[in-house]
Ligand binder design. Structure first.
Ligand SMILES: [Zn+2]
Length: 322
């Protein structure tokens, strides 16, 4: 019985930690985005590709320590009526006027926060600030990735309202972790200049919101076709036995979704590279050659390390609470 309880706790924790594309997916999105850049940017981004991959998940780690962080990762569009949600002004100022800042934050602010990050990245390029370019590039990649995940635009974000708890991590972690290396195609082409970042990101949010019903419905249908013992499997991960969605169930879900996860991951990669590229252009295409061999200072590395420590401590505390 004891083992059973700890297996369930692990399963639940795994889903929590895999919030938003999972650590695996976010890292891969930033990683592959580098290959879409023009040579003038590649010379800075390629030597720092591991940083961009590793720090794609910093915003999720910060959620334990910084209360304002949470709302930046999602937007519950269904709180604003029905698709295409015309009642919600797309401009932050107009939306605040209509709904108040507190209420917007309660339902998530990802499309607006991406624009804040875009300004920060553009400024970092203009100042040729190596650390700020790298950190803001890694982090805007995270938020753009989140905006592409259908369940990040629904208040039923983990299927908690429809008895489908766990579906969040299923769609964005389990599917890519099982299938990305084997069958996803990450050859995407090149980054483009985005003349209107606000429209661009709102379009992606609308697509996510439109897809969220199928994400939930298809899993519900599949659940009715699979017996419990075929739906889940026990697998070893880092020396621990965890309960997770079985490979057969995961593959069946991916087929039913007609490769939606791969499509959204590819679109995320394209969007991340295009936002990086656009920020660089808008900053006046600064020459990045002299930054290419720069490294992080001791202080910067310490502050990165302390975020990791806080995150580990926070997640351990969360484990105890649960
Ligand atoms: Zn996130």
């Amino acid at each position: 019985m004891k083992t059973r309880i700890s297996i369930f706790i692990l399963f639940f924790l795994l889903c929590k930690h895999c919030y938003s594309w999972g650590f695996y997916g976010h890292g891969k999105i930033n990683y592959y985005a580098v290959f879409l850049l023009p040579p003038e940017m590649m010379l800075l981004y390629k030597p720092n590709i591991s940083f961009l991959e590793e720090h794609a998940t910093d915003p999720d780690k910060r959620r334990y320590a910084v209360p304002e962080e949470g709302p930046r990762h999602f937007i519950d569009m269904d709180r604003y009526g029905k698709y295409p949600f015309d009642g919600l002004p797309r401009k932050w100022k107009d939306a605040v006027e209509k709904f108040s800042e507190d209420s917007l934050k309660a339902h998530g602010i990802v499309p607006w926060h991406i624009q804040v990050m875009m300004n920060r990245l553009t400024f970092a390029f203009a100042k040729k600030d190596f650390t700020a370019i790298m950190k803001n590039s890694a982090e805007i990649g995270h938020y753009i990735g989140d905006a592409h995940v259908p369940l990040h635009t629904s208040s039923n974000h983990n299927g908690q309202l429809t008895n489908q708890r766990g579906i969040h991590g299923f769609w964005e972690s389990r599917v890519p972790e099982l299938l990305a290396e084997k069958q996803f195609d990450f050859l995407i082409g090149k980054a483009d200049y985005i003349s209107n970042p606000s429209d661009f990101i709102w379009n992606r949010i609308m697509e996510s919101a439109k897809a969220s019903d199928s994400v939930l419905l298809f899993e519900k249908e599949l659940n009715n076709q699979f017996r419990e013992d075929r739906k889940y499997a026990f697998e070893e991960r880092n020396g621990k036995i965890i309960k997770q969605y079985s490979s057969a169930y995961t593959i069946a879900y991916n087929n039913k979704l007609d490769d939606m996860v791969e499509r959204r991951m590819r679109q995320s990669i394209y969007a991340v590279a295009s936002f990086w590229y656009t920020a660089w252009i808008n900053a006046g295409q600064p020459d990045l050659k002299e930054l290419a061999h720069q490294r992080f200072s001791e202080d910067e590395l310490n502050s990165i390390d302390s975020l990791n420590k806080q995150w580990k401590m926070g997640s351990r505390m969360l484990g105890r609470e649960e």
